[in-house]
Write a protein that binds this ligand. Structure first.
Ligand code: PEP
Ligand code: MG
Length: 586
């Protein structure tokens, strides 16, 4: 039966495929079919679960009776009786046999049956007894949880949509390169998590935070992921599928039309120039970035070297990769960021150990200051690749001045060994830890450029885990606290005479990009797919207005006030057509 579930649009586009579930603990019940010969085994598995549940309940019952008396234990008696009820147990077993399904699905069907029966009762007391049945069935489901589930094999020969609670970057890395992966649905996840960033980079439509509420889903069911509206449609009718195929075509046409803006100059209506660049995750994305009109690579994340491969890259391989990117960009600026491992980005190549608080732990440059070998090799490879084409090297997670001084010593030593002049390359730092934004006047003296990483700057300033849906509501890029930090970096960067860029996802939202321009940042980098709409939006605005609006926004009290105020002001001062498709790029 067709079922539409809402979530948050995380990666634009529309994908259609057959459902493949991975690592789910959320209360989705899967209809898993089993072959005839497996039925006796499944019945035994079910019997074991019943026995286990009864045993557990009896133990609890004894404890309760001992501590609180017989009367308190009555509810447990009811549950035990239910699990010993022949009719209930036989009905479930019949379904397993007749429908050839796993116990979980049979329990789900029985639950639906009883819910329908109990709904009919007039008497509220009887109606509420369904809760006891639900309790007993939930116990059974709990006892059925399989710890030994075998790794399922990703289907290779048909379009697939993955559903999971969340997928860490190390796992998503091996999935997104599969051509038949058409969409991803997550019950959890954060809009600015690295996994979502990777999905966007690979243009895989994704909807996150979908509500699980007892939905019936099963592997192999046809599903549509609408990453524009943030909806998922399970088992669409033919008419619905047609409607979405049409929407997909319209969206692709719209993107194509939007891309034509790349031929036009990057300047506002009143002639203020800006530069719009791409964030890439893999060297292969360069062509895509250029096709969307990127004027440079503002952030080349190099975690792929370790996340996408099971063997360590040699210095020669690295040099070759960087050279390829620099050659393809043909003189346009390229910022290569050294590996930002740690936090949620785990890799077997690094011995970080278990941390209680990985986001605040040995991440990015912190790891390499303690273990400089991998960083030294990477810097050497970048410098060698940069002999023919000027290169910019960016260091992540800088917290204090000493770190960049130490790093500069390492770079200078390698440059000397390689006979490379210090003036032939640029060194920069990510401003993504609040302390760096606050002491930027001091840090700016040490480097040639800075790049604001709003993904982490928001996470660390507002103390909201970028991947945690429970606190997503606080993750607001235009919180005045964030705007103030950005303004401080822009002002101090200008005073120090160095370039200030933004490479956080914030810039890919056209409204936020206007605010950033108004705050004095005119070099922005984002997911390639977001470039055309942001460019079109900025070209249609006037810097005089943007400056006025952003100045006022800085003094408002909350992110919601800022959003309301800037949207209203932009609507007044910019052409209406600008906002028609603004929700298309997330
Ligand atoms: C950022 O933090 O904004 C950033 C660009 O880096 P990453 O998303 O890779 O942490
Ligand atoms: Mg970051």
């Amino acid at each position: 039966m067709t079922k539409k579930i809402e979530g948050i649009a995380a990666s634009t586009g529309i994908g259609i495929g057959s459902l493949f579930s991975m690592k789910m603990e959320t209360e989705f019940i899967l209809r898993e079919s089993i072959p005839d010969k497996q039925i006796p085994k499944e019945l035994k598995r079910f019997d074991r679960a019943v026995k286990k549940s009864i045993k557990e309940l009896e133990a609890i019952r004894q404890r309760v009776e001992k501590n609180r008396g017989k009367a308190s234990a009555i509810i447990l008696d009811t549950l035990i009786l239910l699990l010993k009820d022949k009719e209930l147990i036989d009905t479930i077993k019949e379904i397993i046999k007749e429908e050839k399904v796993r116990s979980e699905w049979a329990i789900h069907l029985v639950r639906l049956k009883y819910e329908r029966i109990f709904e009919e009762f007039d008497n509220e007391y009887f109606r509420d007894r369904i809760n006891d049945i639900n309790d007993a069935l939930n116990r059974l489901l709990e006892s059925l949880k399989r710890k030994d589930v075998k790794e399922k094999v990703f289907p290779e020969n048909k379009p697939v949509v993955i559903i999971a609670d969340d997928i860490p970057p190390s796992e998503i890395a091996s999935l997104i390169t599969k051509e038949n992966l058409k969409g991803v649905i997550l019950t959890k996840g954060g809009l600015n998590s690295h996994s979502v960033i990777l999905l966007k980079a690979f243009e895989i439509p994704a909807v996150i935070n979908i509500k699980a509420e007892l939905s019936e889903i099963y592997d192999g069911a046809e599903v549509i992921v609408d990453g524009i509206e943030g909806e998922v449609i399970f088992e669409p009718t033919l008419a619905t599928k047609k409607e979405y195929l049409n929407k997909k075509e319209q969206y692709e046409k719209y993107l194509l039309e939007l891309k034509s803006v790349k031929e036009l100059p990057s300047e506002t209506m009143d002639g203020y120039p800006f530069r719009i660049m791409a964030n890439i995750e893999l060297p292969e994305e360069v062509e895509l970035a250029l096709s969307f009109g990127a004027e440079g690579i503002g952030l080349f994340r190099t975690e792929f070297l370790y996340l996408f491969s099971d063997k360590e890259p040699t210095p020669e391989e690295q040099e070759k990769l960087y050279t390829t990117v620099l050659e393809k960009m043909n003189g346009k600026p390229v910022v290569i960021r050294t590996v930002d491992i740690g936090g949620e980005k785990k890799s077997a190549f690094f011995t970080i150990g278990k941390e209680d608080n990985p986001a605040l732990g040995l991440r990015g440059i912190r790891y390499f200051i303690k273990n400089p070998q991998i960083l030294t090799e990477q810097i050497r490879a970048i410098l060698r690749a940069g002999k023919k084409h000027r290169v910019k090297i960016l260091f992540p997670m800088i917290t204090e001045v000493e770190e960049i001084r130490e790093i500069k010593e390492i770079v200078n030593k390698i440059a000397k060994e390689e006979n490379i002049n210090r003036n032939d390359y640029d060194l920069g730092i990510m401003v993504e830890v609040p302390s760096a934004a606050l002491i930027i006047d001091k840090l700016a003296r040490e480097v040639d450029f800075v790049s604001i990483g709003t993904n982490d700057l928001i996470q660390y300033t507002l103390a909201v885990d970028r991947g945690n849906p429970s606190v997503n509501y606080l993750y607001k890029a235009v919180n005045p606290a964030i705007l103030k930090l950005i303004k401080n970096v822009a002002d101090e960067g200008r005073k120090a005479g160095i370039e200030v860029q933004i490479c956080g996802e914030m810039a890919s939202n056209p409204i936020f990009a206007m605010i950033l321009l108004g705050l004095g940042i005119n070099s922005i980098s984002m997911s390639p797919i977001a470039i055309p709409l942001v460019k079109r939006t900025l070209r249609a605005s006037c810097i005089r207005n943007l400056k006025k609006i952003s100045k006022k926004a800085l003094n408002l009290s909350s992110a919601d006030e800022v959003k309301e105020f800037v949207i209203e002001s932009f609507l007044k001062s910019c052409p209406k057509t600008l906002f028609e498709n603004i929700n298309l790029i997330k």
